[in-house]
Design a protein around this ligand. Structure first.
Ligand code: ADP
Ligand code: MG
Length: 312
């Protein structure tokens, strides 16, 4: 078993766990943040929680003399590079990826363009707008596609569509979440996620849902979603998947930790979906699950993510 403690000798001041915020993923963020906060409290750290929805974040960091933050804010305003830039300027250490990697990872379109350029596998896609030729999109990508707002998380605003008419409807609902919307070729295979900690891939998790895809309901509500870790893949296939995930992580310049989502198509070919730079950290989230299989308790995981950020 691994035991990682808080190295207080390296700290320059108080710690804040940032949680909540204004994004569509506020509720999940509060759960992640509370779980992380509890770990710091167990280690008798000088720690407070800050919720940017209740208090101006930058004022709070100055007023409370915060020197280090653990970012548990998901989505826009926490995971997108803006906060990271502010913290750089203030000289406050923060967990996870820097400005560029955070901003890139949140933009599904630019990630996919980057991966195409590097010949990393990602499903064919097309950017949609109100004037798109829906039949031409369907002709190019196939009848069945998934429509995504590019800057959203937790499957919000996403839907599967079959045929040109439904594609237009899916576009309309996705466009309520974001100005930029993409349609992606439907992958009919299996779904996996790979947690990365300190530049190393943790054991692969396989996800199974009875719903059409891993949507908001399957992620946070349904108790019939299955998470399988160890995932049961042959060792060399699992290693290949970890390798692609690590390449995706490095392609964006991620640091500290992240979680890479992948799927296979009906023929078993592997494709990258996205990289999450602030993945869920509730007690039943996926990164903690993979870490546990590797011998890390939830506390070990929080402490290693945090110690990496302080050492940086
Ligand atoms: N090309 C695709 N084909 C089939 N299902 C997909 C595809 N892309 C995404 N999905 C499903 O939608 C879910 C959410 O997609 P993802 O790109 O990971 O965005 P989010 O940021 O919302 O998690 C995935 O976990 C998967 O179940
Ligand atoms: Mg995802």
């Amino acid at each position: 078993m691994v035991t990682i403690t808080l190295d207080k000798s390296k700290l320059n001041g108080r710690i804040a766990v940032l949680m909540g915020g204004h994004s569509a993923e506020r509720d999940v963020s509060l759960q992640s943040g509370q779980a992380v906060l509890a770990v710091f409290e167990q280690h008798n750290a000088d720690v407070i929680a800050i919720d940017p929805a209740h208090r101006d974040l930058l004022d709070a960091i100055r007023e409370e003399n915060i020197a280090h933050v653990f970012i548990a804010l998901h989505g826009r305003g926490g995971e997108d590079g803006i906060l990271q830039g502010c913290l750089e300027k203030m000289g406050v250490s923060y967990t996870g990826s820097g400005v560029l990697a955070s901003a890139l990872a949140l933009d599904k379109m630019r990630c996919k363009q980057l991966w195409q350029g590097m010949e990393l596998p990602t499903a064919d896609f097309q950017v949609l707008d109100a004037d798109s030729d829906w039949s031409a999109v369907v002709e190019r990508l196939g009848e069945t596609v998934i429509v995504k707002p590019v800057n959203e998380g937790s499957s919000l605003g996403m839907s599967k569509s079959v045929g040109a008419e439904q594609l237009r409807e899916s576009y309309v609902s996705a466009s309520q979440y974001d100005e930029v919307v993409i349609a992606e070729r439907w992958l009919a295979g299996e779904e996996f996620t790979v947690a990365i900690l300190d530049d190393k891939a943790l054991p692969v998790i396989k996800l199974e849902t009875d719903r059409g895809f891993y949507d908001y309901e399957a992620k946070y509500v349904s108790d019939s979603t299955r998470y399988i870790c160890p995932c049961g893949l042959e060792e060399d296939i699992e290693r290949q998947m970890q390798d692609v995930a690590l390449k995706a992580y490095h392609s964006l310049g991620c640091e500290g930790w992240a979680r890479v989502d992948l799927m296979t198509d009906a023929d078993g070919n592997l494709f990258l979906l996205e990289v999450n730079t602030v993945p869920g950290m509730t007690s039943h989230s996926l990164v903690p699950m993979a870490a546990k299989v590797q011998g890390y308790s939830f506390s070990d995981l929080v402490m290693s993510i945090f110690n990496l950020s302080v050492a940086k």
